[in-house]
Design a protein around this ligand. Structure first.
Ligand SMILES: Cc1cc2nc3c(=O)[nH]c(=O)nc-3n(C[C@H](O)[C@H](O)[C@H](O)COP(=O)(O)O)c2cc1C
Length: 238
């Protein structure tokens, strides 16, 4: 356990699962190498098919290559978000009210992409092919990504996974000397959160868990007291 991780102050596992939210605002504090080691160690302990461990992580902090990667992804992120903001109607309906969840989300996203170049740590999750592309390839990488985010949470940090690597795939490959048999699967940023973590809000348990028939929740599928909910997907225009 690293010094930066404050031994004895880690978040209990189950509590961590329920409070690991997407964190997109970070302080300027750098993430110490020992913390990065602990986070990446946990990520790389994730399961994969036949334990082949085809995941690789490129961790970028503050060198010239890291700065260029952040610039490339920042440009891509701003393009993605501008299109999504319009397509998903973030500024319409309740989004016109600056205090609405929709407007708050739009502000957070705008701040995230506008300051992308200053994220403390940028991590590219990669997949090394060992057979023809298969629809389950991601299943051997994304558990490691979630382990990474949970470990960050456990150690007082936070992050978010995005698919923005697609916006600069060719440029990142050239910059980072990524071989042809490797796919870029996810882009994760990590840092010390500005503000607090949880609680995670999702749909009520009976909407998501079924028993003997599709759509029929078993009697035990009830949310614990205090559970907070939200509808799925992007905001609607209302
Ligand atoms: C497959 C996947 C793709 C995602 N893509 C993006 C993205 O492109 N941009 C972004 O800001 N967040 C992205 N996220 C983060 C989700 O928006 C976030 O996990 C979700 O809204 C729940 O947020 P919460 O945990 O704070 O409640 C992605 C998450 C996953 C699992």
């Amino acid at each position: 356990m690293s010094e930066g991780a404050s031994p004895g102050q880690e978040v209990p596992l189950y509590e961590g699962l329920l409070t690991t939210r997407a964190i997109r605002r970070y302080t300027d504090e750098p993430v110490p190498d020992e913390v990065l080691r602990d986070i990446l160690f946990a990520a790389t302990r994730a399961p994969s098919g036949s334990n082949r461990q085809p995941f690789r992580f490129i961790v970028l902090t503050d060198g010239p290559v890291a700065r260029e990667a952040k610039r490339l992804l920042g440009e891509g992120a701003r393009g993605f978000w501008a299109a999504k903001r319009k397509a998903d109607g973030y500024d319409e309906g309740s989004g016109a009210d600056v205090d609405s969840p929709k407007a708050r989300m739009a502000r957070t996203m705008q701040h995230y992409v506008d300051t992308y170049e200053s994220v403390p740590v940028l991590i590219l999750a990669c997949f090394v092919h060992y057979r023809h592309t298969n629809y389950t390839d991601g299943a051997s990488v994304y558990p490691a990504c979630q382990n990474l985010l949970l470990a960050a949470r456990a150690l007082g940090y936070g992050g978010v996974m995005t698919g923005w690597q697609f916006a600069a795939d060719a440029e990142l490959r050239a910059l980072l000397h990524i071989p042809e048999e490797v796919d870029l699967m996810a882009t994760i940023t990590i840092g010390r959160p500005q503000g607090r973590h949880g609680p995670v809000r999702r749909r009520p348990l009976p909407e998501l868990v079924y028993g003997e028939q599709w759509g029929q929740a078993p009697a035990w599928a009830v949310d614990p007291p205090g559970a907070e909910h939200t509808a799925a997907g992007p905001p609607t225009a209302s």
